[in-house]
Ligand binder design. Structure first.
Ligand code: NDP
Ligand code: 8X3
Length: 252
């Protein structure tokens, strides 16, 4: 029957690269996202390599997530690896200038959506047992605050702590949990964050040799296939060209 990976946000960036990485290794895939056309394209691309179920799914829709998971048939209902990747940042303004609706959309997606998918798939992962893996895509933003990060940083701090607490609860089941926290990475992330500002996207990544989605896919592959007695709790990954900066001090 083989192994199955369930990937949220497979229509772009990290999620799509993970689908390609796992699919080309012959894993069964459940690929999800809101953009049906992209799911269809990816399904057609990967069909020669593996069995692919493409589900149009908004992780904010609790009833739809529950129904989708309840409707999984073999081999897709025995999930070995859940890649909780769907997420987004919206805006770079200081908190006092932010649109509340954007804050709520980030919380609904990055916190509630990730929790909903996890809750729905825990029975399958626990039934799978030893070696099963939950890879939660956190961020350096969950560790390092920065101006304009406000609620996005908060959602990724949630992902980190939720991952650790899940580990504690899953003790004895054999299910692994990792908070994978990437830094500067080139995808559609900045276009989404800036409402389609291509110049902002280009400026952010120019000359920075950012992480590529394929780097994250290779990391997820390593996490999912490492010996079953090992758990990486936390993995923060940055491009060499990204590093820390000094605290800011406001002076009179
Ligand atoms: P992309 O914008 O390229 O991909 C985001 C994916 O999330 C898309 O497939 C999108 O699919 C999906 N998604 C967004 N909202 C929803 C939703 N409500 N329901 C279902 N799917 C949704 O960005 P990345 O690949 O860079 O981002 C992936 C994850 O990595 C995110 O959680 C992000 O926060 C995190 N991250 C990104 C970093 C970066 O610098 N790029 C660094 C660290 C973490 P669709 O629109 O079709 O629904
Ligand atoms: C994305 C990385 O630094 O833009 O999570 O917040 S950052």
């Amino acid at each position: 029957m083989g192994n199955t990976a369930f990937i949220t946000g497979a229509t772009s960036g990290f999620g799509r690269a993970c689908a390609r990485r796992f699919g080309r290794e012959g894993w069964n895939l459940v690929i999800t996202g809101r953009r049906r056309e992209r799911l269809n394209e990816l399904q057609a691309e990967l069909a020669p390599h593996c069995q692919v179920l493409a589900l149009e799914l908004d992780v904010r829709d609790t009833a739809a997530v529950r129904a989708a998971v309840a409707g999984l048939a073999p081999p897709f209902n025995s999930v070995h690896t859940l890649i909780n990747n769907a997420g987004l940042a919206l805006g770079t303004e200081p908190a006092q200038d932010c649109d509340l609706e954007k804050w709520h959309r980030m919380i609904d997606t990055n916190v509630k959506g990730l929790s909903t998918v996890t809750h729905a798939l825990l029975p399958s992962l626990i039934a799978r047992g030893t070696g099963a893996s939950i890879i939660n895509i956190g961020s350096v933003a969950g560790h390092w605050p920065y101006p304009g990060g406000n609620v996005y940083c908060g959602t990724k701090a949630f992902v980190e702590q939720f991952s650790y607490a899940l580990r504690a609860d899953l003790q004895g089941t054999g299910v692994r949990v990792t908070n994978l926290a990437p830094g500067l990475s080139e995808s559609e992330f900045t276009l989404v964050r800036t409402d389609g500002d291509q110049a902002a996207h280009d400026a952010l990544y120019a000359g920075a040799k950012p992480i590529q989605p394929e780097d994250i896919a290779d990391t997820c592959w390593w996490l999912a296939t490492m010996p079953a007695h090992l758990n990486v709790n936390q993995l923060e990954l940055m491009p060499v060209r990204q590093a820390f900066s000094a605290f800011s001090v406001h002076r009179d």
